[in-house]
Design a protein around this ligand. Structure first.
Ligand code: ATP
Ligand code: MG
Length: 348
């Protein structure tokens, strides 16, 4: 396909992000305004706070992405934007900003499924093993709101195979961190604590769903809470001093249980589907233990975005927009947000 310059806009959760990407693979600019510190005081995302913050940041973020790329709107071949899944109020801000830009410039609007965006972050790697791997690929999308296994049979062609029945892995990390008195977002905090552990804590059970390859993390979360209660570190008063060695050991045991579950289930499904390779993406794919464990255990090639591109960003949305819309579609002005959109679904 021809060289195409795409602006990607992402506001599905708590990052206001915009990026300019060349031909789906080369980042020209990439601006991410994270709201994490704003939500940290609440221990999690407050939807109304998130959408209001997007309103404040969106114009500045898009302007910064365009000026860093040294481009004007009319230099673009497409404006890709997340329309789902995500928080309704947050999605509305990005979609309306993109519609306004598209309307004012006649640059086509490219609707992108956020989860497919996470997968396409892999195409932004500088040196890419992907060039040596054929479809079909199995994608593990492991993020704050999702734990999905999807079969990718060609560019833009996804089929959901397995998912979590309850909590997502990222959500489990965030909740575990809250119970252990660590910060938000929880995944990086649990990882840091686990790195200091000696591995002395009793392992947690590896969660399984009967007769299914689906995931389930709510039982593991309950085991963690029970362990924290038994060890008298939860519930606690705000100013109570927590035994940091114990927190490190419990974090290690919890991370091991999540990582083993994700890796073993992904490798089982990959073998059942006879895929040619595995993509691991989404915020939890930044976890160093998950990255090394799956590379170690997989008989198939594994590709992952670099850690900084695992969490939400505009570049992955621009890349997905490029690969999905090879023939640029007519702009759909009545496009609505779809907060519950699944991978492989278009919804319109
Ligand atoms: N190093 C890490 N280890 C484990 N988890 C991590 C790490 N870094 C980030 N995460 C987790 O990733 C999640 C955020 O990822 P992401 O930005 O993809 O989620 P989201 O966009 O909120 O959800 P979704 O993509 O499902 O809509 C958080 O739950 C965070 O704790
Ligand atoms: Mg995400």
């Amino acid at each position: 396909m021809d060289k195409k310059i795409i602006l990607g806009i992402e506001t599905s959760c708590d990052e206001t992000a915009a990026a300019v990407v060349d031909s789906g693979t080369k980042i020209i600019s990439n601006i991410v305004a994270s709201q994490a510190s704003l939500h940290a005081t609440f221990g999690g995302i407050v939807p109304e706070v998130a959408s209001r913050q997007h309103i404040l940041a969106i114009s500045t973020v898009i302007n910064a992405a365009m000026s860093e790329a040294e481009m004007k709107i009319n230099d673009l071949d497409g404006i890709a934007v997340t329309y789902g899944p995500g928080l309704a109020g947050s999605l509305l801000v990005g979609l309306n900003a993109a519609k306004g830009l598209s309307f004012g410039s006649s640059v086509p609007l490219l609707p992108v499924n956020h989860l497919e965006g996470h997968v396409y972050a892999t195409w932004l790697n500088e040196s890419n093993k992907l060039e040596e791997i054929d479809f079909p690929l199995l994608c593990l999308i492991v993020s704050g709101g999702h734990t999905d296994l999807a079969l990718m049979s060609a560019h833009g062609q996804f089929k959901l195979i397995n998912r979590t029945r309850d909590d997502a892995a990222g959500e489990a990390f965030d909740k575990a961190a809250r119970v252990l008195g660590l910060g938000y977002p929880g995944g990086p905090e649990i990882q840091k604590a686990a790195e200091k552990a000696k591995g002395t804590e009793k392992p947690f059970p590896r969660p399984k769903v009967k007769n299914s390859n689906d995931f389930s993390f709510s039982g593991l979360k309950t085991s963690l809470i029970q362990r924290a209660v038994d060890k008298r570190i939860y519930p606690r008063e705000d100013d109570t001093c927590v035994d940091s060695e114990l927190v490190n050991e419990i974090s290690f045991a919890f991370q091991e249980a999540v990582v083993d579950t994700l890796v073993d289930r992904t490798l089982k499904v990959a073998s059942e589907l006879s895929v040619k390779g595995i993509i691991v993406s989404g915020g939890v794919a930044a976890n160093s233990c998950l990255r090394s464990r799956i590379e170690e255990k997989s008989p198939l090639p594994v590709v992952m975005p670099k850690p900084a591109l695992c969490t939400d960003n505009g570049a992955m949305i621009a890349s997905a927009g490029y690969f999905k819309f090879k023939e640029l579609p007519l702009t759909k002005w009545d496009l609505d947000i779809l907060p519950g959109l699944r991978i492989g679904e278009q919804g319109f």
